[in-house]
Design a protein around this ligand. Sequence first.
Ligand code: NAD
Length: 293
Amino acid sequence: MAQVIRKVGIVGAGQMGNGIAQVCAIAGIPVVLNDVAPDRLKEALATINGNMAREISRQRLTEEDKQAALKRISTVDSYDGLSDCDIVIEAATEKEDVKRKIFTALCPSLKPDAIVASNTSSISITRLAASTDRPEKFIGIHFMNPVPRMELVELIRGIATADSTFETSKAFVSKLGKTIAVAEDFPAFIVNRILLPMINEAIYTLYEGVGNVEGIDTAMKLGAHHPMGPLELADFIGLDTCLSVMQVLHEGLADSKYRPCPLLVKYVEAGWLGKKTQRGFYDYRGPKPVPTR
Ligand code: NAD
């Protein structure tokens, strides 16, 4: 039977964690944020505050609703602070070892019937579930970026995910006003299985000198009617996340067509991770983005 989600925990307060917190709070559900880096918690609250202020200026939210939503968000610096949550969503860095360590440390602090979800973009839900004490209560809930604006959430069941976990997660995601696409547990699921190879190909197009950053993005915006160019989109997602997803596809499907572009690897090695570090295929440090190639 489906449970009612009355309180949500989020581990990882980066761009996805703070977006998930925002939509939960606006939907009337109390939410507790946790991160290894205390600064990220402060930044997350400031980002949520700023996003909600923008929604007010666009007349999509009232000041009263904003204040009520902000009161529903709290932060904690240890997993014990998540002990009364009905669901905990992990939205930490896209690295399997990081996520596995989180689940091993997190589960002993949770209620026995709490659901544990991962917002992973690509990693096997079945494998992540195996690092918890509750594979039947584990599920992939994959929000899109930016969470408040994007309509879709992918739901991914692992091999052991119980029907009740799936039904509870479905009802919870619907309450957030999102539309669900159900994906099987294969590398990168649906959206990123299609989107990331396209982005990787755009980076190969740059690497081979077929076009420069501006040319490639303009070509895909005006020639294919994409709202953002693929390189701009890569910067927005985070180049580290793009690389991790390509590595999961490459290793998981053992097909050379998923080979991460060496130029993507180079940008990540330089710490040029896109918008979040102010530099990627564009340099964001000035008044307007400037292509880096
Ligand atoms: P991010 O780099 O903005 O945030 C990651 C956060 O995780 C950071 O604040 C970091 O301090 C925190 N973290 C790292 N180790 C931790 C630990 N042990 N315990 C607690 N927190 C920890 O990354 P993001 O873009 O928010 O991505 C988070 C997850 O969401 C990833 O799994 C990613 O694949 C997925 N995702 C990302 C996008 C996107 O477009 N960026 C879209 C959908 C899903």
